[in-house]
Design a protein around this ligand. Sequence first.
Ligand code: UDP
Ligand code: MG
Length: 477
Amino acid sequence: MKSCQVSIVVPCYNEDQAVKAFHRALVDALEPTRQEFEVCYVDDGSDDLTRSQLIYLASVDERVRYTAFSRNFGKEAAMLAGLRMSRGDSVVLMDADLQHPPELVPRMLELRRHGYDQVIARRDRDGEGALRSFLSRSYYRAMGHFMEVSVVDGEGDFRLLSRRAVDSVLTLPESNRFSKGIFSWIGFDTVSFTYPNAQRVAGRSKWGSRRLLNYGIDGVLSFNNRPLRLAIYAGLLLALAAMAYALWTIVGVLRNGVGVPGYTTLLTAVVALGGIQLATLGIVGEYVGRIYCETKNRPHYLVRESSDHPGSPAPEPPIRATGGGASATGSGRSHTVRQFLTFAAIGVVNTAVYLAVYATLNTWIPYLAAHVIGYCVSIIGSFFLNSRITLRTRPTWRAFLRYPLSSLVNLVLSGALLYVGVSHLGMGKNVAALAAGILATPFSFLVARWAITSGADATREPEPGPLADSRTGRTGD
Ligand code: UDP
Ligand code: MG
């Protein structure tokens, strides 16, 4: 195996608009250093022309090597594949969108010559939205207390690793990888410097708010068991509080005799305890889920082809699914039927939600107010469930505002059908109401689908695969 001085590892997912510009900038930055280098691109199952572009780059520049995955496995898996491919004495991890400026690489190599095993380029937060900046900063501050390794705000994956640091990273076998924690965990002599935040040169970020939130949770759970401890402390604290309350009640009974038991206090205590138990169960479940994933011992990714083992020529990118919700592949009709059945099931769930909210609230507030709140909660819930589960689309404000139309259509149509059934067809009132409800559902489904997906191509999310939760690895946040 031929070794070289420097390997640059670049994970790419749908970067066909950026990768050529990136390669040019990288070569321009590295050639003056007179170091022997290779660039290891990893195509993370892109559905645009990224793979064809990598094949092209490898054919015109012998310093380029690539690996292409069979599907999108996430940035963590792509970085791991790149590190495994790399043969350099030093390895630099970089994004393909030029947010990690290639002109900083010579400076990193210089610091490596001073003996550092990790050189971290840390970005500042200039030009970032105030809310995002605030949330990220708060997250890292909280992480400082929570995690057993130190993860610093702005220090992402843009870093140089010495060969022994890379080998150490590769000895860690976990399938649920959180690189920022792993880099910190391996230790060695580390130095960092700050550079101004840059915007993406083309394309768009793959990190929506849900993915970021999951990544944040991964970070918390990957490197410590403090959430479990917190659950134990919360349980103990509550038990103590309950004992104190029992004592206080007993003293009250001894002094004043038995009073009327407080319904509200009881309900509040039951609900609060239920919530804490559920949250604790969720935390335990997360850890158990992780153990389950680890024991399956699946590979982190599957390779479709690599520059060492070229495969079939890259196909044209598939036509993207349209806003109507029908898939470009497979039968559009069965797709619609599946969507409709999911929509109907969510309708049942939402009716239950409405009833639960209504029944809980009407003991405290006027029943009509309880009805309105229950109705609003069920519409909001139905909107999010149908966006995420039925139509697999990111919810938008525009869709949210249009969505109540579907309930309106349902109300008007079922009312009209009920009228026809009872007054003209002589049906029983209950049977007519049931039939009207069933007949109106397909129409409200169509309106709901239009409300959620019309003009939503840009926000459409990929269908989650079995390893979707391993798609982690935002650059610096
Ligand atoms: N990336 C990847 N797989 C993914 C998501 C992203 O390989 O599932 C790559 C992406 O092509 C880019 C880098 O990871 O080179 C950082 O992604 P992005 O720019 O979307 O993240 P951000 O800069 O917004 O944090
Ligand atoms: Mg980026």
